[in-house]
Design a protein around this ligand. Structure first.
Ligand code: AMP
Length: 355
């Protein structure tokens, strides 16, 4: 039995009706609507301005109806309409970013997953506290530049897509650097990046048992990051800086990857620790999340980030992945969310998966 996350009053709008699956028209919305429609749920697209036309090109993923708001930040003014529709909001990366974490946290509409996770994810200090106390290996953090003994990455708080991150090969290269805002100096981990798409179900009583339910691996990707991924073709960084070229990590796309099978136990161990600790800290992280880390040549996996909702890399696997196909052929993260809501409804356990 999971932990109740939603009060009775929060769920009152869903009483005795089939819920409508709603999300912001962006990011992974095609996948979310496609999955919801496959399970027979009505769907609602929240658009900023007029509904985007691109849905017409994807009939199986087009929401049944649209609700338009002038700006994403105006969503609270649509809360009553959303409740009247029996909406369950599915958060995705852009949804929370555009609406704003505080506004999203306060929305009086049922949301899939535990919105208490926002406070832990959006603050790098709190995220480190969560992962460190879970025993998850992370890149070393330097409190003072004088401690630096290898390559480092300087991250500004709130930097979107790694914009403005600073890379230094060693302590000497860091000397000329003057920070322009709150930041952390982190060990630059050399290795291969993996973005692992997990799903924690507190309702499940089968499979890889974790917490009150079970942990599933639905897919894995690597992000294409402009222009860092191609910088090696141009040569050494000092030369690039002289030419005014700075590395950026803005995500431009995703590629599918798989992990050596012998490394899967480690991947599950790390994800399970993150879930178990989330239950202790704030009642649990429910549904999709992504463990983002770097596998070194010594086969050490260091986690630099956890995204606590559906990530855009899952869009690679709308018709299944090498991992999700072993749970159910053709299973996407969007469909898995819809399945969880369907099960929560039929077992009268929506309070454990909505907040
Ligand atoms: P983040 O904003 O923490 O998700 O980082 C953005 C990107 O920076 C990642 O996708 C990685 O490519 C890179 N990155 C972040 N942290 C590290 C690290 N400690 N070592 C090497 N690369 C990193």
């Amino acid at each position: 039995m999971g932990i109740p996350l939603a009060s009775e009053s929060r769920l009152a709008s869903l009483e005795g009706r089939t819920p409508t699956i709603a999300t912001l028209c962006s990011h992974s919305s095609l996948q979310i609507f496609h999955g919801a429609r496959a399970l027979g749920f009505p769907t609602l697209g929240i658009s900023v301005g007029p509904p985007p036309r691109f849905y017409d090109a994807f009939p199986l993923a087009r929401p049944d109806r649209f609700l338009s708001v002038p700006r994403a930040k105006d969503l609270p003014s649509a809360a009553e309409k959303l409740r009247a529709e029996g909406a369950i909001l599915i958060p995705h990366g852009s949804f929370v970013e555009y609406v704003g974490a505080d506004t999203f946290a306060d929305l009086d509409v049922p949301v899939f997953g535990n919105r208490a996770v926002l406070a832990w994810e959006s603050d790098r200090e709190k995220e480190r506290q969560w992962l460190d106390s879970a025993g998850v290996p992370m890149p070393r953090r330097y409190d003072d530049p004088s401690e630096v003994d290898g390559p480092v990455i300087v991250k500004y708080y709130g930097a979107k897509g790694g914009k403005g991150f600073f890379l230094a090969k060693n302590r000497a290269a860091l000397e000329g650097f003057t920070p322009t805002g709150p930041h952390v100096i982190q060990e630059y981990v050399l290795g291969t990046r993996y973005y692992m798409h997990f799903f924690y179900s507190p309702l499940s009583d089968r499979g890889y048992r974790v917490g009150h339910g079970s942990l599933e691996l639905l897919g894995m990707d690597r992000r294409d990051e402009a222009n860092i991924d191609e910088l090696y073709k141009l040569g050494a960084e000092e030369e690039l800086l002289k030419a005014g070229i700075r590395p950026t990590f803005v995500v431009t796309g995703n590629v599918p990857v798989i992990l050596r099978e012998s490394l899967l136990p480690r991947a599950f161990d790390v994800a399970a620790r993150i879930v178990e600790r989330s239950i202790e800290l704030f009642g649990g992280m429910v549904g999709p999340f992504c463990v983002e880390g770097i596998m070194t040549e010594g086969l050490e996996f260091k986690v630099f980030e956890v995204s606590t909702r559906i990530v855009a890399g899952t869009n690679l696997f709308i018709s299944g992945s090498p991992y999700s196909d072993l749970l159910e052929p053709g299973l996407s993260t969007g469909k898995r969310i819809a399945q969880e809501i369907q099960r929560g409804r039929s077992e009268h356990r929506l309070a454990e998966i909505l907040s």
